[in-house]
Design a protein. Structure first.
Lengths: 153, 345
């Protein structure tokens, strides 16, 4: 690869060597560990929003995006690369977003258009009765809440 | 550029540069590539851009499927351990640091140090895969597979589910009776006491459990098939499914207890009765697909490390270490998103 590259290529590649050094890698490593701890915090009993999962999801995705940016910018040295980085990454990012959006009508919203026959075999939304009927007999009465439908967690 | 073409067209008209000089009355041109990076690095980045789309497709599909599903299993129901996932994340972050330190060592022409860092990366990648294998094994042991007939997962406690439980219990009963008969015959031929034999006792104890469960299942199934009351029909089968494997009450550490610590299947792992996990089949498909493809990428990275470690990793090979490092960071990057999506959402 680079062994056979013309001399000028080496010269250009070496232009980017000045990028923070080992101390910077250690700082990024510490930041990544702390951020992993922050995501894990949502799992702990100290997390203040256990009843509002959307807050936890938004928090975790923010943390993940921050971690990803740290890896991309400093470990993959993208921060120090020339503008070619945009040519490769931005179209790929857009294609990824379009790919996901294209799935939403047919796949994401499949529950809205399910036939009655299909619904018979689908999993039911989680209800208190499903978790609370532990080891009760087969004749146990179904609670009224179980008919009200539950929100998927 | 125009000057270069006029005076020295043979010196690479396509790679023109302005920073040329005159030496002895002749032009001296310096080669500049179209993009300011080596061919190898360009290829790795082009490959990574396709990988971005590949994993974005997989992760995006997971997100769309997961949030479009009527329900989704809690991690404990599918035997996922958040601390183990966090540990694996930490391992991959450490491996990202070690590979980047390997690159710095190679750039500084310290081949031995570079090899050492690559060896550490290889070890960390192997730890990650080992933990993944342990996790996969926990799922397989509980009948969580992405395909039938190995998978024991049913979406809901309906008559299909009850019939599957009945068939499994009948098969177990026949198997245990056959084992008991064979052992009894052997013992009688050897004129050894039958009733005091420990193996016979174990088989009979198992048969007692199967008989009791068969009775319970039969009552539940008949009730579900005959009762005029929809609530009774529903609850009879729910109770059967809960008896075999109760669902978790809540998410994460706030859960009132780990679902896997209770239930017939947990108390008697040999039973292997069908389990009711709402959304479990889709979960298993997406989980094994995502983590499987990620694990394949880890394996490829480890193979490259094994190939590179015997090489002299000095400054001339720094480009190669950098390219492998880019790939490895990408593998880490994918896991950064997979960990919260699979373990914490």
């Amino acid at each position: 690869m680079s062994d056979h590259a013309p001399a000028g290529v080496h010269a250009v590649a070496h232009d980017h060597e000045d990028h923070g050094g080992i101390a910077q890698y250690i700082y990024v490593f510490i930041a990544l560990c702390l951020l992993t701890g922050a995501s894990f915090f949502t799992y702990s009993s100290y997390w203040p929003f256990p009843k509002q999962p959307k807050i936890g999801w938004a928090f975790m995705m923010s943390v993940s995006c921050t971690k990803a940016m740290l890896v991309i910018l400093f470990f993959m040295h993208v921060k120090y690369e020339a503008n070619w980085k945009y040519v490769l990454t931005i179209p790929a990012a857009f294609m990824s977003i379009f790919l996901i959006l294209a799935l939403v009508p047919d796949v994401g919203l499949r529950g809205h258009w399910a036939s009655e026959e299909r619904e018979q075999y689908m999993a039911e939304p989680r209800t208190p009765a499903a978790t609370g009927a532990k080891h009760s007999g087969p004749r146990g009465k179904k609670s009224a809440e179980s008919h009200a439908g539950g929100e998927s967690h | 550029m125009a000057e270069a073409l006029t005076h020295a067209p043979a010196h690479g008209a396509g790679h023109g540069s302005d920073d040329h000089g005159h030496a002895g009355g002749h032009l001296t041109l310096q080669y500049h590539p179209g993009l300011p990076l080596t061919n190898g690095k360009l290829i790795v980045w082009l490959f990574l851009s396709t990988e971005i789309m590949f994993f974005a497709g997989l992760i995006g599909t997971y997100i769309v499927l997961r949030f479009g599903a009527p329900t989704w299993p809690f991690p404990h129901e599918v035997h996922l351990s958040e601390p183990i996932g966090a540990f694996n994340t930490f391992v991959l972050i450490c491996s990202s640091v070690s590979i980047v330190l390997g690159l710095e060592a190679a750039k500084a022409n310290k081949s031995s140090a570079a090899k050492g860092w690559l060896l550490i990366t290889l070890a960390l990648g192997s730890v990650f895969l080992g933990v993944k294998m342990y996790e996969y094994n926990a799922k397989f042991a509980h009948g969580i597979y992405p395909w039938k007939p190995h998978s024991l997962i049913y979406e809901k406690a309906d008559l299909n589910y009850a019939a599957a439980v009945r068939l499994r219990l009948e098969a177990l009963e026949s198997q245990l009776q056959a084992e008991e008969t064979a052992l009894k015959t052997r013992l009688e031929e050897a004129k050894a006491p039958v009733d005091d034999n420990p193996q016979i006792k174990v088989i009979r104890k198992k048969l007692d459990i199967v008989t009791e469960e068969k009775k319970y299942e039969r009552e539940a199934e008949i009730l579900a098939a005959t009762s005029p009351d929809e609530v009774v029909r529903h609850d009879s089968l729910e109770a059967l499914a809960t008896r075999i494997m109760p669902l978790a009450a809540a998410h994460g550490a706030a859960a009132s207890g780990h679902a896997e610590s209770e239930g017939l299947n947990e108390e008697n792992p040999w039973l292997h009765l069908p389990i009711r996990i709402p959304g479990g089949n889709m979960w298993a498909s997406t989980y094994f697909l995502l983590t499987g493809f990620h694990a394949i990428h880890v394996v490829v990275g480890l193979i490259v490390f094994v190939i590179m470690i015997p090489m002299t990793l000095n400054a001339t090979r720094a480009g190669m270490v950098e390219n492998v490092g880019l790939y490895w960071h990408f593998v880490d990057l994918v896991w950064i998103f997979l960990f919260p999506l699979l373990y914490l959402f």
